[in-house]
Design a protein around this ligand. Sequence first.
Ligand SMILES: *Cc1c(COP(=O)(O)O)cnc(C)c1O
Length: 408
Amino acid sequence: MNREIQQLVTQYREACHQPLCAYVYDLDRLAQEARNMVKLLPKDTNLFYAIKANPDERILGALLPYVSGFEVASIGELKKVRKVSADVPVLFGGPSKKEYELRGALRAGVTYIHIESTLELQRLLLIANELQTSAQVLLRINLNYDDLPTTNVTMAGEPSPFGMEETEIERALKLVAHQNLVQIYGFHFHSISNNLREDLHVAMIDHYVDKVEEWQSTYGLDVKVLNCGGGFGVSYDENPSFDWEKFIAALKSSGVLDRVKGKQLLFEPGRRIVANCGYYVTEVNDLKQSQQEHFAILRGGTHHQRLPASWGHNHPFKIIPIEEWPYPFSRPTVTEERVNIVGELCSPKDRLHSQAEVSQLRVGDLVVFLQSGAYSWTISHHQFLGHDQPAFLYYRDKQFQSISRSDH
Ligand SMILES: *Cc1c(COP(=O)(O)O)cnc(C)c1O
């Protein structure tokens, strides 16, 4: 969090007259990140943003000038994208598409539908015929790949509800034969999440290309598009995050790009684009000792930022000291101690960081959870215990451009 945002947050806190709890999105940083990633892309390669990482309308708006389009996994997400643009390209995925969603996707003019089962393909054929609308399809394949790099969330290479088996391709091709409305343009893979290793990602894509070449020759297919998914990682501890520049360099020198000449290569990251532009800002509301341990209790918690509870990690944070203490009683303070940073819920699971080493932490200081831009607010259980929602502050052009409370 840069100094200007810290200052604005402190001013905002003074104006609030209650303990501060807010998400802050740095839209300048977000735009910069997207611009840098896109700039490095090789020819015929496109960057889509998977909006499930953070579907906030202002985030979509900030990314719109830079990305090739958006990946959505529900009709609700599709509507969010169409609110920011009537015609930006959309990839429509998700493992359980309903008929009304397929109908909605065709009506909204999505670019590619990721087909995840042969039943789904049959449904799409019916609907395309009913609407007399054409549909471009990528088959999502769940590869049986023993050497797929493993990360903390694996979505392919082992039994999974996502995508279809390789052995289903033949059946899918038969289903689309003898008609013109539904056309298979290529394949979609999304096999890992939060991968931190550039070399593993290149090896995985190399394997995808092996497979696609094999299917092209087996089935006489003309593959035009290859979507290699997302899963580029962000580190929440001292390990380095996935280095996009290093990845692109490794991809270029791997020879993979020569093998896919004439095809479009798509990437659809979520986390890697937005994680670092979001901050979850909370205020220490109480500080106590229980037996040998210290607890800092926040205005806020895992009902707003569930990621540390979901993954069971200690979420990185920094402290913004607040000097003002308006009360006649003394200010609870810990100095050079280990502190458990917990939320306001009546649940022992409401813990964002265990045994954090702090040089000083006082009631009234702000605890800012970094890397809270992805899979944070929207994966959280907001209604549990009925506390007020956080404010949402959007930083752009050196100021808070808008502040919202109600539209989340
Ligand atoms: C979640 C998801 C993504 C984005 O994953 P990240 O790990 O955020 O990059 C991309 N594609 C599909 C199909 C997904 O389910």
